[in-house]
Design a protein around this ligand. Structure first.
Ligand SMILES: [Zn+2]
Length: 202
């Protein structure tokens, strides 16, 4: 009398006469778990990756095209309200705020362009978006030096530099997250093409 598990085992052996390797084509015995070439014969194939702008990628596009412009717009408006109210528009602080706003507006524009390329499924979109994200983080750190470069007088200088530093530090977190996401995501690879990393089929 054979145990139930042995019967199940036998039944499965009968059901699968041989395991053809999807990788090298070798006809392996039905009990083989791995092919001679190293291919896993029992692992189910990966489901096809999602394609197109959706999921986290859609969230990144919303961040680039809606959230960032809104946040930057509000920050710039608040800065200028204080500057105009203090009669500082034609001072070094006014000039600094204007330069800061111009550079950040250019970064917003670059974010819009990235979003359009991502939605159009342009293969270069991923590289462009990663570059824009990194350029944005680097620019925000360079802007910390702006009050020093323009000779903004104390005590405002350190206060402004501190606020700029805080802003730049916040950016680093999400920049890092999105740059890694863009290089690892199966959706991104399936949508824009790119090399399959080592150790992952498809
Ligand atoms: Zn094989």
């Amino acid at each position: 009398m054979s145990s139930p598990s042995a019967e199940v085992n036998q039944a499965s052996q009968v059901a699968t006469p041989g395991r053809l390797c999807a990788e090298c084509g070798l006809d392996n015995p039905a009990t083989a778990r791995f092919c001679f070439c190293g291919h896993n014969l029992v692992a189910p194939p990966l489901p096809p990756p999602p394609v197109g702008v959706g999921g986290w990628l859609l969230f990144l596009c919303l961040q680039l095209a809606v959230l960032n412009p809104a946040v930057i717009g509000l920050q710039v408006a608040a800065d200028f309200q204080v500057i105009v109210a203090g009669g500082l528009l034609w001072s070094r602080i006014g000039m600094m705020a204007l330069l800061d706003a111009t550079i950040r507006a250019l970064l917003v524009l670059a974010g819009f362009i990235s979003t359009i390329l991502l939605f159009k499924h342009v293969p270069l979109a991923v590289r462009v978006t990663q570059t824009v994200l990194i350029a944005s983080a680097v620019s925000h750190f360079l802007l910390v030096g702006l009050p020093f470069a323009l000779g903004v007088p104390e005590p405002g200088r350190l206060h402004i530099a501190g606020a700029y530093m805080y802003r730049a530090a916040q950016l680093v977190l999400w920049t890092g997250f999105w740059v890694i996401y863009l290089s690892k995501s199966r959706r991104v690879r399936a949508t824009y093409g790119g090399r399959t990393p080592v150790g992952e089929r498809r």
